[in-house]
Design a protein around this ligand. Structure first.
Ligand code: ATP
Ligand code: LTN
Length: 335
């Protein structure tokens, strides 16, 4: 038996719609690197998803490559993981169309991300923003993924993918593997440092609330010093009453591996000033090697190009196998 038949498959992706944040690192990427030996892994730069919101073309191109460098710098070995750019494997667009015919208007209307993004982009509520989950389902189902490692905000999309796959299989037999979301216990929802009731998000209009993977240490420290806390002085995990402090505790816990109990003890009797500095320093040290390695890789464009070309060729082999099967089941005449 070869690897493909023994190992389970993983697929995930991130849209190059902005600089990568600490949220996407802790919620998603950090967990990916550890899975390479156990699973057959596919990770992509979801550039096709990114254009559901208007992008500057030069920026999009640049960010896609920066995201690739960050993936590798965060520990994704291109020899062990298939890393590719979504638009390079046209099977994604093709299966997306098919699946949009098996996705219901009502289902898409219930997606919280669609509701949030329509509110934020009221002048551009385009059809792609609405059918975004059908493309995401295509991404996942093309590779017959067993697991989809994402942050908590993407759970609803993975659940819809399952519903679409079950519906399709119900009509045509066992075509798709039914995937499961894989969400970290801690770090699945990192909040903004300035408005801890909102998710830290790369397209956030308030950059002070966000920490970026590639940000210099001084800026990271400045953002942590300004982080919103509350009028008490006690470091205690209580999301409902102390959202700012609980968010900082969550960040510190994932950065250091400490439990909430240990953190509460560590800062007993100390003020928030000390606490914010310590969390900031832990994040600086967590991100430092990633930033340095990403910058080193970005100076070697030929290497990065070889990674995404090789990735797309490998991904396409699997993707077209599934797409051909789907077309046959649907009754399309073979090309
Ligand atoms: P955008 O603002 O463009 O919607 P985003 O910053 O919300 O982007 P995504 O590209 O949507 O980030 O997410 C990339 C991955 O990181 C997804 O798996 C997502 O669930 C996860 N993720 C994003 N933000 C966070 C966060 N604040 N906490 C934990 N996980 C997150
Ligand atoms: N929608 C995801 C990005 C994404 C994705 C995927 C994640 C696109 N396709 C397939 C997992 C599997 C987001 O992070 N906003």
């Amino acid at each position: 038996m070869n690897d493909q038949t023994v190992k389970k498959t993983i697929l995930s992706g991130i849209q190059p719609s902005g600089a990568l944040t600490l949220g996407s690192y802790l919620g998603a990427i950090k967990n990916w690197a550890a899975l390479a030996d156990e699973y057959n892994c596919y990770y992509m730069m979801a550039d096709m998803h990114a254009i559901t919101v208007r992008q500057n073309p030069a920026e999009l191109r640049k960010r896609t490559i920066e995201q690739l460098a960050a993936y590798i710098a965060a520990g994704l070995d291109p020899e062990k993981n298939t890393i590719f750019i979504q638009s390079h494997v046209s099977a994604h667009a093709e299966l997306s169309w098919v699946l949009s015919c098996y996705t219901m208007f009502g289902e898409l209307s219930r997606m919280t991300q669609f509701k949030d993004k329509s509110a934020k982009n009221a002048d551009n509520i385009n059809a792609g923003l609405f059918t975004y989950p059908s493309l995401m389902a295509a991404d996942i189902l093309l590779y017959q993924a067993d697991l989809v490692p994402v942050g908590g905000d993407q759970k609803q999309h993975v659940e819809l993918t399952r519903d679409i796959a079950v519906r399709f299989n119900g009509v045509y037999g066992d075509v798709f593997k039914i995937p499961e979301p894989y969400i970290p216990k801690v770090g699945a929802r990192i909040m903004s440092l300035t408005s801890p009731e909102n998710k830290m998000s790369k397209s956030d209009k308030d950059p002070g609330g966000c920490i970026y993977i590639m940000q210099p240490p001084e800026e990271i420290m400045r953002s942590f010093k300004r982080a919103v806390t509350d009028s008490e002085t006690q470091v205690r995990y209580d999301v409902a009453n102390k959202p700012g402090v609980s968010n900082l505790m969550q960040i510190y816990a994932v950065a250091t591996g400490k439990s909430f109990d240990e953190i509460e003890k560590e800062f007993e009797g100390k003020g928030y000033g000390d606490f914010k500095l310590t969390v900031g320093e832990a994040v600086v040290e967590l991100l430092r090697p990633i930033r340095e390695e990403a910058n080193r890789l970005l100076a070697d464009k030929a290497y990065l190009e070889s990674v995404y070309k090789d990735g797309a060729a490998r991904a396409a082999r699997t993707a077209y196998r599934t797409l051909n099967k789907v077309y046959k089941k649907l009754g399309f005449v073979a090309r």
